[in-house]
Design a protein around this ligand. Structure first.
Ligand code: IMP
Ligand code: MG
Length: 198
């Protein structure tokens, strides 16, 4: 137990003095690693979409933190828009049943769309979303995802821009929630077992 205390102080140092949330067992990706990667993705997207009409489509609510940082790392003109879709229920499992709660305000016909998502797990959510967006005939559509969890993939998706691969664990932070909490953490981590068990 004493060892965990020491690690927590070290992590607090590397996360810019922010103490580790009490419910976090372990940090998988630090704030500094995320910053570096997001910047890198922003530069690649800026170069790939130079001279094109770029629309970033972010998926509420998990994609918000990622897209807010990513858009500021992109140096070419862009439009941002949001969609909200539900994967039913508060559990940690995706049901595969997807409902559009909020649609785009932009018309994406003949424009270059990058869908910005927090995580791809089974791929069911994004698979649905891609089919929905493709029916509006954008000039192109690509995926930019912060976290890829390949272990449980059901729908195979072409991921053009990827932050990190993560193991088959339920992760929180940097937009990702457990029962709507922990989205504000600046790092990606895993929760202590007792948090689920309560
Ligand atoms: P998929 O449809 O299984 O690919 O899951 C997509 C959605 O499930 C994501 O946009 C998240 O909202 C949620 N999700 C999947 N894995 C995790 C996780 O490890 N932590 C938090 N949310 C997750
Ligand atoms: Mg979610």
């Amino acid at each position: 137990m004493r060892k965990i205390g020491i690690n927590q102080r070290k992590i607090a140092f590397f996360t810019g003095g922010i103490m580790l949330n009490d419910d976090i067992e372990k940090v998988l990706i630090t704030e500094a690693e995320i910053k570096y990667k997001v910047h890198e993705l922003g530069e690649i997207i800026s170069s790939d979409y130079e001279g094109k009409d770029l629309v970033l489509v972010s998926v509420l609510r998990g994609g918000v933190v990622f897209v807010a940082d990513l858009m500021r790392s992109i140096s070419i003109p862009l439009t941002i828009d949001f969609m909200a879709i539900s994967s039913y229920g508060p559990s940690t499992e995706t049901s595969g049943v997807v409902k559009v709660l909020k649609d785009l305000e932009e018309n994406i016909y003949n424009r270059h769309v990058v869908v910005v998502e927090d995580i791809i797990d089974t791929g069911l959510t994004l698979g649905y979303l891609l089919r929905n967006l493709e029916s509006r005939k954008p000039a192109s559509i690509n995926i930019c995802v912060l976290l890829n969890k390949p272990a449980r993939r059901i729908v195979d998706l072409p991921i053009k821009y990827k932050g990190f691969d993560v193991p088959d664990l339920f992760v929180v932070g940097y937009g990702l929630d457990y029962q709507q909490n922990y989205r504000h953490l600046p790092y990606v981590g895993i929760l202590k077992k007792e948090v689920y068990e309560i």
